[in-house]
Design a protein around this ligand. Structure first.
Ligand SMILES: C[S@@+](CC[C@H](N)C(=O)[O-])C[C@H]1O[C@@H](n2cnc3c(N)ncnc32)[C@H](O)[C@@H]1O
Ligand code: SF4
Length: 387
């Protein structure tokens, strides 16, 4: 039976960062008790569906994401972890991650989150440079970030943090130096994202006005190569486009998405992929606006706005789209297992050969992998590759 990954979304932040298009909102007041009750209600409902047939599904990971889940009350996190442990069959090494912002207020709550059952922290550091943090509109400074990292390292068995690079005017030497300082802080996992300008954000407006420009393709590629080189010196290897880990420290939760496993998504705007006992794979999405999400859960017990059974072709496309992001690539047998389509029916084998000759895809140990050039063009490759 497919094990489950559980995502829990907290849709609030202390301030909206100018680059961010996540489902995150700033509110003067949040009714914590009502949101906690609604999250628990959605979890109970999805557990009943996931466990249809009377068997408790194995649970491999829980991920509190956002928004800023470190603004949650620790007792809400504790209640949800406890519910999940009771409702499912938790694997002995259940991974429980919480995203935290490194402001001093949230640092003081880290111990309570550990006591609530969180065993992996993911800190949104974003930069270790004063000017960059201010450009990114962050509410913490470099010292806050370092203190939060040190405290998190003492508190949690596993630690990851995010940095954003390929920032305007960022020189390769300066990025290497900043990244080395970050790597010396001894996390076992890093998410290193190139800055993107997302539609609808404050950065989109500023960028359109010419207030800043991003490094061009060649510069970004050089920064990407430098990133992998520096990470490797500290024993962190890229296992996905933006994710680096010491062997064995990969995020099990995110691997479940990329390996196209089943996942439940609870909370405003969360997505879900759930295999039903008859083999149907249901894709669901919840209402994005926090207040409307809450009202719907209070009224109906859930806030699912769309749910559809994915066709075999949808499944093959999603499994390839996710799997080709991974350094390990995709096992054709997995595509078949998840889509019900033989590999030769799911993909155009002649086109696959052409893409291989063009140096965009490759076979490695019986698995299909995207080359570096291929990764940069995944969106264009997939429609060609799929039958
Ligand atoms: C939901 S946020 C992380 C949690 C937390 N709210 C925080 O900001 O620290 C996920 C991560 O995506 C990255 N991110 C968001 N928008 C981005 C963008 N436009 N370009 C690059 N990275 C971005 C940031 O590194 C951020 O930490
Ligand atoms: S980057 Fe994090 S803190 Fe900033 S708005 Fe997005 S979710 Fe909130």
């Amino acid at each position: 039976m497919e094990s489950l990954a559980l995502y829990i979304h907290w849709p609030f932040c202390a301030a909206k960062c100018p680059y961010c298009d996540f489902n995150s909102h700033v509110r003067d007041r949040v009714d914590h008790a009502a949101f906690a009750a609604a999250l628990r209600a959605e979890l109970a409902r999805e557990a009943a569906r996931a466990n249809a047939g009377g068997v408790r599904r194995p649970l491999a990971s829980i991920f509190f994401g956002g928004g800023t889940p470190s603004l949650m009350r620790p007792e809400t996190v504790a209640a949800l972890v406890e519910d999940a442990r009771r409702l499912f069959d938790p694997l002995p090494d259940l991974e429980v991650t919480l995203e935290a912002n490194p402001t001093s207020v949230e640092r003081d709550k880290l111990r309570a989150f550990r006591e609530a059952g969180v065993n992996r922290a993911s800190l949104g550091v974003q930069a270790l440079d004063f000017a960059a943090l201010s450009f990114l509109g962050r509410k913490h400074d470099v010292q806050d970030a370092i203190k939060a990292l040190e405290f998190a390292r003492e508190t949690f068995p596993r630690l990851s943090f995010d940095l954003i690079y390929a920032r305007p005017g960022q020189a390769e030497a300066a990025w290497r130096e900043e990244l080395r300082r970050a790597l010396a802080l001894a996390a076992d996992h890093l998410s290193l994202y190139q800055l993107t300008v997302e539609p609808g954000t404050q950065f989109a407006t500023l960028h359109a006005r010419g207030a800043f420009s991003l490094p061009d393709g060649d510069d970004a590629a050089r920064l990407y190569a430098a990133t992998a080189e520096e990470a490797a010196r500290f024993g962190l290897l890229p296992y996905e486009v933006s994710n680096y880990a010491k062997p064995g420290a990969e995020s099990r939760h995110n691997l479940a998405y990329w390996r196209y496993g089943d996942y439940l998504g609870i909370g405003a705007g969360a997505h879900q992929r759930l295999t039903m006992p008859d083999g149907t794979l249901l894709a669901a999405r919840r209402h994005r606006a926090p207040e409307e999400w809450l009202a719907r859960v209070e009224r109906d017990g859930h806030a699912v706005t769309e749910e559809e059974a994915l066709t075999p072709r949808d499944r093959a496309r999603e499994a390839l789209l996710m799997g080709l992001r991974l350094a390990e690539g995709v096992d054709p047998a997995r595509i078949t297992a998840r889509s019900t389509l033989p590999f030769a029916e799911a993909v155009d084998l002649r086109m696959l050969d052409t893409l291989r000759e063009e140096g965009l895809l490759d076979w490695r140990d019986g698995r299909l992998v995207a080359t570096r050039d291929g990764l940069l063009r995944l969106d264009a490759i997939l429609p060609l590759l799929l039958n």
